[in-house]
Design a protein around this ligand. Structure first.
Ligand SMILES: *[C@@H]1O[C@H](CO)[C@@H](O)[C@H](O)[C@H]1NC(C)=O
Ligand SMILES: *[C@@H]1O[C@H](CO)[C@@H](O)[C@H](O)[C@H]1NC(C)=O
Length: 345
């Protein structure tokens, strides 16, 4: 900073002058930096689109129980006075262990931001939460339906949850699975996320549970399938509703508030690279899905990422969510629990 500034006493006056110039320059650079920081990635250009992305502050601690049953992993947690039970079926490649943070209770758990946020909110609302992994990468619809029905009944018995309303939520492949399971088992109501369900091949009866579709309208084909299915539900007199999960601008807080382990200053750096590389448009919206953007290469180039980093999948999930095409969307938890609450039987 002071390089080039005269130091000898006979140039004291000059030194003072230089000092003044240098200080002013420093201050200007600082102000300019602050303005740039504020003006670029950190300012939400569309507050409405960012609604709900601030992390839900939760007082809940994860202390799940784990069991290996019928060839798969089963992880659950039961609040002190549960008012309902909730079975969650994850999407392809997502495991039960992705719904819970790593802890002494579950050393192999690795909570992904959307899944863990959803479970925290379920527990906060006194839902007993049961997560089960599919046998393969995605769910199948033969023996696996029987397995899961068996596991759910075992879990209800073991934990004395008989008499509580039973609800279910499935995302993507898990959404198809839950929609099929609801033909076999009684649920008070269900939520099918980013999936249209298996209703093309199976006709529903009027005893099918009330169904909430949570979907991302950017996936237009899926949306039109869902809207068509909803017509069918209405014709059969089955309660049905849709909730739309929209894209939003990627701001650092989306990463640092929602991913434990990514701090704010690091999130600012990541989002800066996204602007520099043009992964986001001038309003901060992702131009492509997180899975399709070469963001990992870009961060590696800047020495901001190494293969051993534990938050890679977590960041990618938030990028997918911001793009708003196909991802678990915990942003609509409010609507989902309202749906479950209004159909408690
Ligand atoms: C699941 O495992 C239990 C215990 O091993 C077994 O009794 C039950 O029959 C299995 N369920 C199915 C559907 O295979
Ligand atoms: C923020 O995270 C980065 C990357 O993980 C780390 O290098 C840095 O020390 C962290 N800063 C603070 C203040 O914790």
């Amino acid at each position: 900073m002071w390089i080039g500034v005269p130091k000898s006493s006979n140039t004291y006056y000059t030194s003072q002058k230089w000092r003044g110039i240098a200080l002013t320059t420093c201050a200007l650079i600082l102000i300019a930096t602050l303005i740039l920081f504020k003006a670029k990635p950190t300012s939400p250009s569309d507050p409405e689109a960012l609604k709900g992305t601030a992390f839900f502050p939760s007082s809940i601690q994860f202390h799940p129980s784990f069991e290996f049953m019928n060839g798969t992993e089963v992880i659950w947690q039961i609040p002190n006075s549960p008012k309902a039970a909730l079975f969650i079926a994850p999407g392809c490649t997502i495991r039960a262990s992705n719904f819970w943070d790593k802890s002494t209770f579950c050393p192999n758990c690795d909570g992904l931001p959307e899944e863990r946020a959803f479970v925290l909110q379920a527990l906060e609302r006194e839902f007993a939460v049961l997560t089960i992994s599919s046998l393969e990468e995605c769910w199948s619809f033969g023996k696996e339906l029987e397995n899961v029905e068996w596991i759910i009944k075992w879990w209800v018995r073991e934990n004395k949850l008989e008499g509580l309303p039973m609800t279910a939520l499935g995302a993507s492949s898990g959404g198809y699975f839950v929609s099929a399971l609801a033909f076999k088992m009684r649920f008070g109501s269900i939520t099918i996320m980013i999936a249209e369900g298996v209703f093309v091949n199976i006709a529903i009866g009027n005893d099918y549970p009330p169904t909430l579709f949570v979907h991302m309208p950017k996936d237009r084909i899926r949306m039109s399938n869902i809207l068509r299915n909803m017509e069918d539900f209405k014709a059969k007199g089955v309660d049905v509703k849709e909730v739309r999960c929209m894209d939003f601008p990627l701001i650092p807080n989306v990463l640092s508030d929602r991913i434990p382990g990514v701090n704010r200053s690091f999130a600012v750096k990541i989002v800066e690279v996204f602007h520099e590389k043009g992964f986001v448009d001038e309003k901060g919206y992702m131009k492509m899905d997180g899975r399709a953007s070469p963001w990992k290469e870009a961060l590696k180039e800047k020495n901001l990422l190494s293969e051993s980093d534990e938050w890679i999948k977590h960041v990618e999930e938030e990028l997918n969510l911001a793009y708003g095409y196909h991802e678990f969307c915990s942003l609509k938890s409010e609507d989902i629990f309202e749906w479950f609450d209004s159909h408690m039987k």
